[in-house]
Design a protein around this ligand. Structure first.
Ligand code: ZN
Length: 162
């Protein structure tokens, strides 16, 4: 059996629910998710629990925010003047845009609410502050190719094509 260790390509089906049991995301209707184990392609709390699993194994994994998408950072919730955006650009709630912080970090902001001359934006990951409940099933484990390890991602089905 191919136990999952660093340098393996893992394909799994997963369902992600929040603490109230609401489904946030799932691979059930499509292809399994493939990722390269050990390089932080998935949240750390989930990657740690998958270590050592085998094909066919199923697991419920509960990931606390600090091992998931982080705690909510209130500094990333701001209201800015409408004039910060190009006049001709139609703004909508739910729209996302990238911005660079004073620290140099790139952050994706989501428009939460639009008032006449104010736009409320949030740069937190939509799942920040959430306890994540994963149901996972490992469907395939294989050795990564040298090229995949070099690139830090999976090639072929479920991965990058280039
Ligand atoms: Zn590549």
């Amino acid at each position: 059996m191919a136990n999952i260790t660093n340098g393996k390509v893992v394909s799994m089906h997963y369902t992600l629910k929040d603490a109230s049991g609401k489904e946030m995301d799932s691979s059930a209707k499509g292809d399994p998710l493939s990722y390269l184990h050990g390089v932080g392609q998935i949240v750390p709390g989930l990657e740690k629990e998958i270590e050592g699993m085998n094909v066919g194994d199923k697991k419920n994994v509960i990931v606390q925010p600090k091992d998931g998408y982080g705690e909510v950072n209130p500094d990333l919730r701001q209201s800015v003047d409408r004039s910060m955006f190009p006049k001709e650009q139609a703004l909508q709630e739910g729209m996302q845009f990238g911005a660079e912080l004073a620290s140099g970090d790139q952050v994706i902001f989501t428009i939460k609410k639009i008032e006449t001359d104010k736009v409320h934006i949030d740069g937190n990951h939509p799942l920040a502050g959430q306890t994540l409940h994963f149901d996972i099933e490992i469907v395939e484990v294989r050795d990564a190719t040298e090229e995949e390890i070099e690139h830090g991602h999976v090639h072929g089905p479920g991965g990058h094509h280039h």
